[in-house]
Design a protein around this ligand. Structure first.
Ligand code: PLP
Length: 384
């Protein structure tokens, strides 16, 4: 039983496996081969770029850059901007390392100050506090996840975007946990930057992610090299998206991502969310009565993705996860989930973090009933 879909969704829809296999066998490298397969590779990539852009409400698909991961996309968006000492960046208390580490690097190396929004489970991001900060005129960017990977809390992303627009501040949306889970539309969000991972809610393979950059924003490169275009020039062309897509494209990843996006569109975001959410509700109802359990995140499950983090008495989350895995073959993830900022915010640092269950489209009611039965037994295994 696999309950680690917030890390990566698994299994993938059959069409994703088929598409990846077909691409690996029949296509090669876009913009680099003078052959029928080369031309087809280039046009396939263009089609994928257009479809993925449309999925996110991006009108001009050249503003969508394919990158090896959401982490790389966040680093490019954050470190690729021009910063001056004493600029302020705001983030939530629930950020993943992929946001918080590059921002902390900016602070260490370029003198940028970062501030973290106050948090309560029912108000994971404080909009009143944000507006007071924006009024100072020092904030250059707000960088926030749409949904937290540790607690599943959904942040008020649209409202944050409206405030950023009102005060002329840049807004970076990390959609790693929301793409394929919640509607993500860069226009509705007023996003200047939006990043996503291909291998989570979009059901693509690992090794592919993306970055949207609003027209007019100048971004420096993090890596330079061949793009398949402007081959005769010594320097990078500066044009989107090729300026940032250096090295041979991961066409397998791109086509796999596109197949996943098509599958999500066909299944429907609402149907996916309804199914996963009903599993979350059933799971939480069943485990809430276990003596000593402490659940994290909003009690209003409408404001949560299908992620549930908890601790149980003083048992080690890692040991619980190992016990579940070794005794029953159940996959979860325990510890800090690459998000110590989040664990400090919810109070599980100091401590060993939480054990996290994250449900996916392939999980079933029967699996939830089976695993909650195992968890009910847990207090009797106090040595775990
Ligand atoms: C909120 C959030 N942001 C960014 C990332 C980074 O995604 P990737 O590991 O695919 O680069 C993750 C991955 O778990 C995440 O949960």
């Amino acid at each position: 039983m696999y309950f680690n879909n917030a890390a990566t969704t698994w299994p993938k829809p059959e069409i994703v496996y088929e598409t990846v296999d077909e691409c690996f066998r029949n296509l090669n490298s876009p913009d680099r081969t003078h052959s029928a397969e080369g031309a087809q590779s280039s046009s396939t990539m263009q089609t994928c770029r257009k479809e993925v852009a449309e999925f996110f409400g991006i009108d001009d698909e050249t503003r969508l850059v394919f990158l090896p991961s959401c982490t790389y996309a966040l680093n490019l968006a954050i470190l690729g901007q021009a910063w001056t000492k004493d600029d302020v960046v705001i983030m939530s208390g629930l950020e993943h390392h992929a946001v918080s580490r590059p921002i902390r690097k900016l602070s260490r190396e370029r003198g940028v100050e970062f501030k973290i929004s106050p948090y309560t489970p029912e108000k994971p991001f404080d909009l009143d506090w944000l507006e007071e900060e924006l009024k100072t005129g020092k904030v250059k960017m707000v960088a926030c996840t749409m949904a937290a990977n540790v607690t599943g809390d959904i942040l008020p992303s649209i409202e944050i975007g409206q405030l950023c627009k009102k005060y002329g501040v840049r807004y970076l949306v990390d959609a790693a946990q929301s793409a394929g889970v919640l509607p993500v539309d860069v226009k509705e969000l007023n996003a200047d930057f939006m990043t996503f991972a291909g291998h989570k809610g979009l059901f693509g393979p690992p090794g592919i992610g993306g970055l949207f950059v609003r027209d007019g924003i100048v971004l420096d490169t993090l890596a330079e090299g061949g793009t398949g275009k402007d081959s005769g020039k010594h320097d990078m062309s500066g044009s989107f998206p090729s300026n940032f897509e250096v090295g041979t494209h991961n066409l397998i990843g791109i086509t796999g991502l596109c197949a996943g996006v098509r599958w999500v569109k066909q299944a429907g975001l609402d149907a996916i969310r309804d199914h996963e959410h009903s599993l979350l509700i059933r799971f939480i109802e069943a485990i809430s009565s276990i003596p000593g359990i402490k659940l994290y995140g909003s009690e209003n499950l409408e404001r949560r993705t299908s992620v549930c983090s908890f601790t149980l008495q003083d048992m080690s989350p890692q040991k619980i996860a190992t016990w579940l895995s070794e005794t029953y073959g159940v996959s979860t993830r325990a510890g800090y989930h690459c998000a110590p900022q989040s664990h400090e915010t919810i109070g599980t640092i100091p401590g060993e973090g939480t054990i996290r269950f994250s449900f996916g489209f392939s999980n079933t009611v029967e699996e939830i009933d089976a695993v909650t039965g195992m968890l009910a037994e847990l207090p009797r295994h106090a040595t775990v």
